[in-house]
Design a protein around this ligand. Structure first.
Ligand SMILES: [Mg+2]
Length: 371
C-alpha cells in the first residue's frame, strides 16, 4: 500500500467520499436474551475514502442509521481533512444537535468515526493500534452468547466450546424465568468447571429478584452480573452493587451513547465495571472518552461486542479489562471481513503487518446479504 506520510504539519488530505451499505444477516438460530428476541442483525457499513486509501467502519444498528449517514453526515465531513478526526467528530455532533445525541445519531457518528480512524491509519500505512498508541499487545476476551432461546444442551455446547478453544471466561443470558435461570447456571457450571462464568440479565429482573439471584449465582462461582436490573435504574444498580456478594462484579453501560451517560453511571456508583460500545458511543473517539472517564473513577472498562473494532481500540484503552467476544458478531465479522483477529489463549491480538484495523471487506460474501 502506498504511504501518504505527511511532509509538514500543514499537509492535509481531503475526505473525498463517505459511502454507506446496509446488510441484513439472519441469525443461525432464533436468539433471545432477558428482554428481547431477534432473528437477524443489521450491519451498517461505512467506507471513507481519501487519497488512495479507503477506511471502513460499521455499526450494528437499524437501516435508518444508514439514511442519516447518507443524507446528513456524509455532506458534513466530505472535503474535511482526513487527518483531523476530532474536527470531523465535533462537526458531526454539532450537525445532529436537533435530532438528539442518543440512539441512531450516535450509531451513525460511530460508524463514520471508526471509518475515519481506519482511513487515517491506512493513509499513514500503519496499524490503527500504532496510531492510537498501544498500552497492551493483546486484549483478553470472554465468549458471549448462551441465549435464553437455547436448550441447556446448546448452552453447554456453546460455552464448553469456547472453553475448549482456551477462552477462560464465558457469558450466558438469563432473565426469562428466575428459577430456570438458576437451573441453567448450575448446569453450565458443571460443564465449565474451572472457567469464569458471567451472566447477563439485560435488565430483566426487579431489584429484590436480582439480589436473590446474586446470592444463588455466587454459590456457582458467578463473577460478573450484567444489567441485573434496567440500566435506566441507576439507584437499583447501585443497590445491587453494594449488597451483592463481594465476588460478583456488576456491569452495565452498553446503551451509553455519550460521555455524559457514562459519567452519570460512574458518579452514581452503579457499576463495578463500565461497558462501552464503540459502535454506539461515538466510535473509537467516544470509546476512548469512556476509557478516560473510567480512569478518573478508578474503575475498569469492558468493550461491548463488535470484536474487530474493539481489538485495536482495546489495546489503546488504559483501563480495559476485557472484550465481549459475541457469537453473532464473531460469526458476521468472519463472514464479512478478511483478516479478523482469531482468539489465541483467550486473547485477540492485532496483526501489525496490516494497516488500519487490519480487515478487508469480502465484497462478494457481503453482497449476499445486501439490503
Ligand atoms: Mg449485555
Amino acid at each position: 500500500m502506498k504511504s501518504h506520510r505527511m511532509n509538514s504539519p500543514d499537509d492535509s488530505i481531503s475526505i473525498r467520499r463517505i459511502q454507506t451499505s446496509i446488510y441484513r444477516i439472519p441469525t443461525d438460530f432464533p436468539e433471545s436474551d432477558g428482554t428481547l428476541q431477534w432473528d437477524h442483525t443489521t450491519l451498517v457499513l461505512v467506507r471513507a475514502s481519501a487519497g488512495n486509501a479507503t477506511g471502513i467502519g460499521y455499526t450494528y444498528a437499524d437501516r435508518a442509521t444508514a439514511n442519516l449517514i447518507h443524507d446528513l453526515l456524509a455532506k458534513t465531513i466530505e472535503g474535511r481533512d482526513a487527518m483531523n478526526i476530532p474536527g470531523c467528530w465535533e462537526a458531526m455532533v454539532r450537525r445532529i444537535r436537533n435530532l438528539g445525541r442518543p440512539g441512531i445519531s450516535s450509531m451513525a457518528i460511530s460508524a463514520v468515526d471508526t471509518a475515519l480512524w481506519d482511513l487515517k491509519a491506512r493513509l499513514l500505512n500503519i496499524p490503527l493500534v500504532k496510531l492510537l498508541g498501544a498500552v497492551r499487545a493483546s486484549v483478553p476476551i470472554y465468549g458471549s452468547g448462551g441465549f435464553t432461546s437455547y436448550s441447556i444442551k446448546q448452552l453447554e455446547e456453546q460455552l464448553g466450546d469456547w472453553v475448549e478453544q482456551g477462552i477462560p471466561r464465558v457469558k450466558m443470558k438469563i432473565g426469562r424465568d428466575a428459577a430456570a435461570d438458576r437451573e441453567r447456571v448450575r448446569a453450565v457450571r458443571k460443564v465449565i468447571e474451572f472457567s469464569e462464568l458471567f451472566v447477563d440479565a439485560n435488565g430483566a429482573y426487579s431489584r429484590k429478584q436480582a439480589l436473590r439471584q446474586a446470592e444463588d449465582f455466587a454459590q456457582y462461582g458467578v463473577t460478573w452480573f450484567e444489567e441485573p436490573v434496567s440500566s435506566d435504574d441507576l439507584e437499583g444498580l447501585h443497590l445491587i452493587r453494594d449488597r451483592a456478594p463481594a465476588g460478583i462484579d456488576i456491569a452495565a453501560g452498553e446503551y451509553g451513547y455519550n460521555a455524559g451517560y457514562f459519567r452519570r453511571m460512574l458518579e452514581t456508583q452503579a457499576v463495578d465495571v463500565l461497558q462501552a460500545d464503540a459502535t454506539r458511543c461515538g466510535g473509537i473517539t467516544g470509546f476512548l472518552q469512556a476509557a478516560a472517564l473510567c480512569q478518573a473513577f478508578h474503575l475498569p472498562l469492558s468493550a461491548h461486542t463488535a470484536p474487530t473494532v474493539h481489538t485495536q481500540a482495546g489495546c489503546a484503552a488504559i483501563p480495559l479489562r476485557n472484550l465481549e467476544y459475541f457469537h453473532d458478531h464473531v460469526r458476521i465479522e468472519n463472514m464479512f471481513f478478511d483478516g479478523v483477529p482469531q482468539p489465541v489463549h483467550g486473547e485477540l491480538r492485532p496483526d501489525l503487518s496490516r494497516p488500519g484495523m487490519g480487515v478487508e471487506l469480502k465484497q462478494a460474501e457481503a453482497e449476499r446479504f445486501a439490503a
